[in-house]
Design a protein around this ligand. Structure first.
Ligand code: SF4
Length: 294
């Protein structure tokens, strides 16, 4: 047990590469992250951290707070935390010692701090998609606006990648990232401002691409690779529903497009969520984009 401070301490420190898919803040994929466990539940301090920590963002579902400390991204869940970037274990330990001191100082001074319970506003990939003209022109290097929106949410691209996006980006949203077994492994953040949505810029073809309404064809190799990452593979019908819902399509629209009942659509979506280990359509869309299905 690595103990620092009288109240809060950490243990179970693990330092590992974030992997090629994790690039929060445009950092190098060589950057590493540290994960650890708290000695006790820390969520009672979230509102105080939200009040005093740099660029703090409090989230309700799942319950976590993200902030910056000494130029590193820190994410606290009730019983665990993540820090990135770190160079190695020794540096991570040293930083966590200081981070626990910071936390214990807040705990000690909590009666002097006005807690801030305001939740950070979450913006979905589909909200980003609303800022795009959906012409699927490909100038951003992605084969569809949806793929670009998902990549942007993962910070694998930048807003300037699309010359036709509607507004400058400002607010920050954050998304949890899960591995194939449903374990939380990282978070990604994106800056976006939906408050000043202006008219669409004139794209190369301002009318929707003729194929943009149809489900995109999937590369069999991508499908196989995606299914290999799952404990239980998606059926062809589930893959079809996944790719359509990732475009922001409602259950009723999917029902009409595939000529199946809304009840069947709902059943497919529940199976898809369970197999992917995700909780909502946005996470499912991100998963599909990360596996090149859309
Ligand atoms: S409109 Fe923008 S996001 Fe959509 S494909 Fe073209 S460049 Fe990419």
């Amino acid at each position: 047990m690595e103990t620092v401070g009288p109240e809060f301490s950490f243990h179970g420190l693990s330092v590992h590469f974030r992997g090629p898919n994790f690039k929060p803040g445009g950092l190098s994929e060589k950057d590493m992250m540290a994960s650890f466990l708290f000695n006790r539940e820390v969520s009672s301090l979230f509102p105080y951290l939200n009040a005093v920590a740099e660029r703090a963002e409090l989230h309700q579902t799942p319950r976590f707070i993200r902030f910056r400390h000494e130029n590193r991204f820190c994410v606290f869940y009730p019983q665990a935390g993540l820090v990135t970037p770190v160079d190695d274990r020794a540096q991570a330990r040293s930083f966590l010692d200081r981070l626990m001191a910071f936390l214990n100082d807040i705990y000690t001074r909590r009666h002097e701090i006005t807690p801030n319970h305001r939740l950070h506003r979450r913006v979905s990939v589909l909200d980003i998609l609303k800022l795009l003209p959906k012409t699927n022109c490909g100038q951003c290097g992605y084969n569809s606006c949806m793929a670009f929106a998902a990549a942007l949410s993962l910070q694998e691209s930048v807003p300037e990648g699309c010359p036709y996006m509607r507004s400058p980006l400002g607010e920050q949203a954050i998304y949890p990232v899960y591995d194939a077994k449903g374990n939380l492994v990282s978070t990604v953040a994106i800056n976006i401002n939906t408050a000043k949505i202006g008219p669409l810029q004139n794209g190369p073809d301002a009318s929707p691409h003729p194929d943009s309404e149809a489900p995109l064809e999937m590369d069999p190799e991508d499908v196989e690779a995606a299914n290999m990452s799952l404990p239980t593979p998606l059926t062809p019908r589930e893959l079809e529903v996944l790719c359509i819902l990732a475009e922001g399509t409602s259950n009723n629209e999917i029902s009409h497009m595939l000529n199946i009942s809304p009840h069947t659509v709902k059943s497919h979506i529940i199976h898809i969520f369970n197999k992917l280990g995700v909780n909502d359509r946005t996470q499912a869309a991100v998963w599909a984009a990360r596996h090149n299905l859309i």
